[in-house]
Design a protein around this ligand. Structure first.
Ligand SMILES: Nc1ncnc2c1ncn2[C@@H]1O[C@H](COP(=O)(O)OP(=O)(O)OP(=O)(O)O)[C@@H](O)[C@H]1O
Length: 247
């Protein structure tokens, strides 16, 4: 089932066009990576998909609802379907890990404090942090902070989680652990993941499907499984994989 449908998306900053007519579908339960060289528009695309920026033209359907130009009630309904983890993780340093995960529930769920605590602890268990609930973010390792941020992004049970460069700043072993968590959550929770990353190992570990952007075409240069892209006839596409593999 298609959960995200993007059609003829045009993204501009002022008069400068970054993405010129991008179309793709993302299926429910898939882990999809958005990749491409620096400055090709990965973050720009992500910001459009989560409603931070309105496109110059085109349409974005999320769960069947049109996001572009949506009025406030439709917009709220769509926003409830998505969770976002930004590159920095952005946990609140003055709050415990548990309180960080509680925050979206306290703000939006209308549930009782006991129910909220139960759900927050459940989310922490899903990411393997149940024993660290009372610690503060600064007391966690980088990988644990990312896990806590994922737990918080999952608090309101979104259907889709958007992750912006989740491996940034992590060592390869920690990064592989995070990849395993993403795959496990996709499979056990049926969640859809859209992950912006340029880490080749992550792409190969997690992606059912990859969307590669390139500046030369102001949009999508190739889509497919990681193996398909690595063997793609266009040298820009296969070269991305070879170059990264040599890093
Ligand atoms: N707010 C903005 N105003 C104007 N130009 C911007 C803005 N944000 C990004 N850009 C430009 O848009 C282009 C695409 O940027 P974007 O951050 O989407 O690329 P990216 O693929 O995510 O890059 P990276 O991998 O380096 O993070 C870049 O040339 C960038 O300078």
């Amino acid at each position: 089932m298609t959960i995200i449908e993007v059609r003829d998306l045009v993204c501009r900053y002022g008069t400068r066009t970054i993405l010129d007519g991008v179309s793709f579908d993302i299926h429910q339960g898939d882990v999809v990576t958005i990749l491409g060289g620096s400055g090709c528009g990965k973050s720009t695309l992500l910001k459009h998909l989560i409603g931070l920026i309105e496109p110059a033209s085109g349409s974005i359907h999320i769960g069947g609802d049109e996001f572009v130009g949506a009025q406030s009630d439709t917009r709220q309904r769509i926003l409830r379907r998505i969770g976002v983890m930004y590159q920095s993780g952005a946990l609140f340093g003055s709050m415990s890990v548990l309180d960080n995960v509680r925050l979206p529930l306290d703000t939006f769920s209308g549930l009782s404090p006991d129910a909220i605590e139960l759900i927050a602890r459940l989310k922490l268990r899903l990411v393997g942090l149940e024993d660290f609930a009372d610690l503060y973010p600064a007391e966690l390792s980088g990988g644990m902070q990312k896990r806590a941020a994922i737990a918080r992004a999952m608090a309101l049970e979104p259907q889709i989680l958007f992750l912006d460069e989740p491996s940034a700043g992590l060592d390869p072993v920690t990064s592989a652990g995070l990849d395993a968590l993403i795959r496990r959550l996709a499979e056990s929770q049926g969640m859809t993941f859209v992950v912006v990353t340029h880490e080749l190992a992550s792409i190969q570990n997690i992606a059912d499907y990859a969307i590669m952007l390139d500046r030369s075409v102001q949009g999508i240069i190739a889509t497919g499984t990681p193996a398909e892209l690595a063997g793609h006839p266009d040298p820009i596409v296969s070269g991305f994989f070879l170059r990264k593999a040599e890093d």
